[in-house]
Design a protein around this ligand. Sequence first.
Ligand SMILES: Nc1ncnc2c1ncn2[C@@H]1O[C@H](COP(=O)(O)OP(=O)(O)OP(=O)(O)O)[C@@H](O)[C@H]1O
Length: 350
Amino acid sequence: MIEVKHLVKKYGEHLAVDDLSFTLEKGQILGFLGPNGAGKSTTMNILTGYISATEGTVSINGHDIFDEPEEAKKCIGYLPELPPLYQDMTVREYLNFVADIKFVKRNEKRKMIDRIMRMTKITDVSERLIKQLSKGYKQRVGLAQAIVGFPEVIILDEPTVGLDPMQIIEIRDLIKELSKSHTIILSSHILSEVSAICDKIMIINKGRLVVSDSPDNLSQHIGGSKGLHLEVKGETETVKKALEGIEGITKLEFEKNSKGGIVKLSAYSTEESDIREAVFYALSDARCPIYDMHSTKMSLESIFLELTQDNKNSNTTKNSNRLFRKNKQKNEEVYAAGANNQESEHKEEN
Ligand SMILES: Nc1ncnc2c1ncn2[C@@H]1O[C@H](COP(=O)(O)OP(=O)(O)OP(=O)(O)O)[C@@H](O)[C@H]1O
């Protein structure tokens, strides 16, 4: 559905996007993450044909965005960081205008706009001037214009910026609903949002792809260590002494808010080891009953910070480099296979 190969964007001498390659299948939601200035908006602007690339190719639904811009753009709905709204139009006038630009058939237009206004919950303000709307409503109108024509691919740059918590939940639900029939790319600074709704997460830093995987795999493989949350009755020192000798434990983190004789802590171990039995017997020997024991994963926040802060020696960075090399090799094999297929198709044609 979306295939990006070796994308490079230079602004003068400044390298904003540096050899970015990725693919996205139909119906997937891709979360695009990166610190400020990482190159997210630049990439999205190239994908939508808004700006050109210095090198590389982008194919949307089989159409090259540079060679067949009209065909490719027909497949895309875009909500940029600053929604392109005409402030002096009413909401309905504006969506009518967008539908005309997107060549929506006259006899389908009214029904489609009414449906999209219901989906984005802006029917109540359909006859209001856009300049009189609150920021949250303007954002919804921006989302509505991206959906007009129901394009196969919807690209959303920070779609929940400026919305209140209730509206954020509604927009997230809408994005999930849309993903049943559309492919979606969204950028966001809200990491919990990305891990809650995306099938795939791509983290970029300084224009380069750092890692790309499912939220679960990121936590399990990139985190590189497993956590066990424990609530234990006893003295902190006794619990610490009991657990310190267990083979496989790499770190113990005691929470500060332990009270009522209950000690709360996380015990981290290497990915290969299972420390649960040893923890049970050690605490039993120390006569410290376990009130709660469950597995925890490294949070996306921790992964994001470690991967984007040039911490070359951290386990997270080492694991991501390993996974990155593996994925890169896999992608190159897929591209090579694709190129071979195209070559043989070409030969057959000739
Ligand atoms: N038109 C431009 N001319 C020159 N440099 C630019 C231009 N647009 C972006 N840049 C630079 O390219 C880099 C990537 O910018 P981009 O806006 O794509 O980052 P971003 O990841 O979207 O950041 P943010 O999260 O802050 O929106 C930054 O260093 C930025 O200063």
